[in-house]
Design a protein around this ligand. Structure first.
Ligand code: TNX
Length: 547
């Protein structure tokens, strides 16, 4: 046992400090997360030096600049970005759109003694090659300025050939600024850390019973009234109020445009989620005329599911939803627009004359079908804007509208059935992807919503649901980890619950099927942990139960 521990220690130390000399220990010693498809380590090394330049043509300048910025930390100064022929020692980004051997988002990274070349068919691929390169440097070089490292650090990288491409196209996380607002600067930092793990989709849960967080020009009361609540559940005593008014907290249009651009540059799509028809009480507080009863309402101060929801029997309420989505489409270029659709109790609809009249007029046999009727309106509306609707798996209940994509959260069966029926699906089941659940047990753990999803369980997740026929695999776009915000009072709480589990999910959605080895992942995470440390991320430290 002692000898095993010692061996592990030696291996860890080597993988942390001696990237240059990793030679035959190969893959694991490089400490890369997510694990690339193929890595061939050669002999010798390349040095990042003050005279190194990043060479790129105009079409790749953005990616070259981001790489130059990342490498400025180890070097202590910014590398120049030039559009000239590469010289000895340079880093060359080469966009090769007509090369059929590249997958969308794939890249080839060659480190030779006389320079580095990153090749890809897309700027996304170049970006991911540029994300990998700094991770090949000794982890010590990741220390921010002012610490022991910085200028003069050993900036050498082992000669290596990396061939890489993602397994899935939707590699996502969800943030919930509706329950507890998250400032734009935090979203940017979160996007940076996502990009480090090659995630490409960040869903923003912008509206809920407890708050409306997006400025909508046509309906100013949504934020003037809907972004404020009287109080919140108290930390440590969730059934009591904290007595503190909360808000106004929301994103202005200018802030959203800035965030969209920031994320886009890092190849992360911001997917807006506007909850319709449920989780809608903040909107109804501002505009009670769009409910079945007419209100009045208050923005919810407790968590849970709210019975008062949008009234689809009312044409004006349906038009309101469309107009909100119209502004959402103008702000977010995302191809998918998330309409929520979960946890919408239909009891008000049963009692509502307008809803019942709508059902009769449309020949709808159940309130579930009435929700599908509403979804169909939203889908048609989004289609006219060139967008696609995605919603939580409840949208399956009354029959899926033709082009809808499904986010499967209540287990995997909904996702399987939707994929089998030819719909695109993102897997996000509560069994593996709810990062608001506890990751460890014990008195030192912070309060959480409940549940238990340890790191190993996330790592073992396969987004392809059991029983799915192979011809339907292509409909599984990927997976998403959800960071619901009920019990995240501070941004630091979000980071604690996110990492290391999001790192495990990153590998699930990027690395080839069946390639995962949890022990090896944990070893590589030691290096990633030190990078997260350097970046000031409040990830959960200490041992984690595997399953
Ligand atoms: C269920 S997941 C919800 C959220 C909660 C979450 C807490 C989903 C579509 N709805 O509103 O925040 O559980 O884990």
């Amino acid at each position: 046992m002692k000898i095993q521990c010692l061996t592990l220690l030696v291996t860890l130390t080597c993988s942390l400090n001696m990237n240059v000399f990793c030679g035959d220990s190969g893959l694991s010693a490089l400490g890369l997360i997510p694990q690339p498809v193929q890595v061939k380590v050669g002999s010798g090394h390349w040095m990042l030096r003050p005279e190194t330049r990043v060479v790129a043509r105009e079409n790749a300048t953005a990616e070259a600049n981001l790489l130059a910025e990342a490498l400025s930390v180890p070097l202590g100064r910014r590398l120049p970005v030039v559009a000239e022929a590469p010289r000895d020692g340079d880093i060359h980004l080469s966009l090769e759109p007509s090369d059929p051997s590249f997958d969308t988002e794939g890249y080839r990274l060659s480190v030779a003694t006389n320079g580095v070349t990153i090749r890809a068919a897309t700027t996304a691929g170049l970006f991911y090659g540029g994300v990998t390169l700094p991770q090949l440097l000794p982890v010590d070089s990741w220390r921010v300025h002012g610490s022991a490292a910085g200028p003069g650090t050993n900036c050498s990288v082992a000669v290596v050939e990396i061939e890489d491409r993602p397994r899935f196209s939707w590699r996502g996380l969800l943030l919930d600024p509706a329950r507890h607002f998250l400032p734009p600067e935090f979203i940017k930092k979160f996007v940076d850390i996502m990009a480090l793990h090659k995630f490409n989709s960040l869903q923003l849960h912008l509206t809920d019973d407890q708050g409306w967080r997006l400025e909508i020009l046509r309906y100013p009361r949504l934020t003037a009234i809907g972004s404020i609540r009287k109080e919140s559940p108290r930390r440590g005593a969730r059934n009591e109020g904290d007595g503190k008014p909360y808000g106004p907290f929301f994103y202005t249009r200018a802030q959203i445009l800035d965030l969209v651009g920031y994320a886009q540059a890092r190849h992360v799509t911001l997917v807006p989620e506007i909850e319709i028809p449920g989780h809608f009480r903040a909107a109804l507080t501002a505009y009670p005329e769009f409910s079945c009863t007419g209100g009045p309402f208050e923005v919810r101060t407790r968590w849970g599911v709210e019975p008062d929801i949008l009234c689809p029997g009312n044409d004006a309420a349906v038009a309101f939803a469309g107009e909100v989505l119209n502004e959402v489409c103008d702000l977010f270029p995302s191809r998918f627009i998330h309409i929520g659709g979960d946890e919408a109790p239909r009891e008000r609809w049963q009692q509502c004359a307008k809803c019942q009249a709508r059902m009769r007029a449309q020949g709808l046999k159940s309130e579930a079908q009435l929700q599908s009727w509403l979804n169909q309106r939203l889908e048609e509306f989004l289609a006219r804007k060139g967008r696609r609707l995605i919603g939580w798996d409840e949208i399956l209940e009354g029959g899926l509208t033709p082009g809808a994509a499904v986010m499967s959260w209540r287990g995997t069966e909904g996702g399987r059935a939707a994929a089998e029926a030819g719909h695109d699906v993102v897997m996000s089941p509560t069994t593996h992807c709810y990062f608001d659940y506890a990751q460890a047990k014990g008195p030192g753990e912070p309060e959480s919503i409940g549940g238990f999803i340890p790191l190993g369980k996330v790592y073992d997740f396969d987004p392809i649901p059991p029983g799915l026929s192979s011809s339907s695999h292509r409909h599984i776009l990927g997976a998403q980890g959800n960071l619901w915000g009920e019990y995240f009072w501070e941004p630091a709480d979000v980071e604690y619950f996110a990492y290391p589990r999001a790192a495990a999910l990153a590998e699930v959605v990027w690395s080839p099927a069946g390639s995962g080895d949890f022990t090896d992942f944990q070893r590589r995470f030691q290096a990633q942990a030190r990078r997260l440390e350097a970046l000031g991320v409040n990830y959960r430290k200490g041992p984690l139960p595997p399953n």
